[in-house]
Write a protein that binds this ligand. Structure first.
Ligand code: PRP
Ligand code: URA
Length: 208
């Protein structure tokens, strides 16, 4: 499956602010959240609605309603947390899981330190959330963990993806649909996306 890329002037505008090293923590969080909502909009285009009877002030009608129990949103810690916060603004009853992973700075291999997902995850569509898809190691490990729990339908939402990470996810998990706000040029020798935005976790939490 080809990755779905949000090509839109508004997204490029927001990415410009996000990437700029002068952008501070508050604005960085806000913009990352706004882009997440656009990613969610795109990734839920195929959401099935249940028809319900309602009455407007003018007339009775039948209208579609989302069954939020069919979904789970799973941010990858830490940086994905900001995306999870944004999701609940548009899917307020969202069931949220968490996967804790960090990259070993030398080997770039992801280390797992937390895993907690909503009950009945196997019957839900899972949207994994991580702003950065770099080597693809964290994404592939997170996808494997979710699959081990029996999940069949997985989408992965990133803000910036590197071609190397996209290639790896597509090879290891060809059934997973990737959504990204943009695809960048390459990874540098220490596994950072170029031009990228730097270290997403540090910029979101102000840790450096
Ligand atoms: C970042 C990012 C991804 C991972 C991507 O997390 O949020 O999870 O790196 O890199 P990969 O595709 O090469 O695996 P990091 O390990 O820096 O942890 P943090 O979110 O806790 O800062
Ligand atoms: N993780 C980040 O936060 N930034 C990168 O460029 C790559 C991995």
């Amino acid at each position: 499956m080809e990755p779905i890329v949000l090509k839109h002037p508004l997204i490029e505008h927001k990415l410009t602010i996000l990437r700029d090293k002068r952008t501070g923590t508050k604005e960085f969080r806000e913009i990352a959240g706004e882009i997440t909502i656009f990613l969610c909009y795109e990734a839920m285009k195929d959401a099935e609605l249940e028809l319900v009877e309602i009455e407007t002030p003018m007339a009775k009608m039948t209208s579609g309603k989302l069954n939020e129990d069919k979904y789970a949103f799973v941010p990858i810690l830490r940086a994905g947390l900001i995306m999870g916060e944004a999701i609940v603004k548009v899917v307020p009853n969202a069931k949220i899981g968490h996967i804790g992973l960090y990259r070993n700075e030398e080997t770039l291999k992801p280390i797992k330190y937390y895993y907690k997902v909503p009950k009945g995850i196997e019957n839900r569509t899972v949207l994994l959330l991580d702003p950065m898809l770099a080597t693809g190691g964290s994404a592939c490990d997170a996808i494997s963990m979710i699959k081990e729990d029996g999940v069949k339908n997985i989408k992965f939402l990133s803000i910036i993806a590197a071609p190397e990470g996209i290639k790896r996810v597509r090879e290891e998990h060809p059934d997973v649909q990737l959504y990204t706000a943009t695809i960048d040029d390459h990874l540098n020798e220490v596994g950072y996306i170029v031009p990228g935005l730097g270290d997403a976790g540090d910029r979101i939490f102000g840790t450096k």
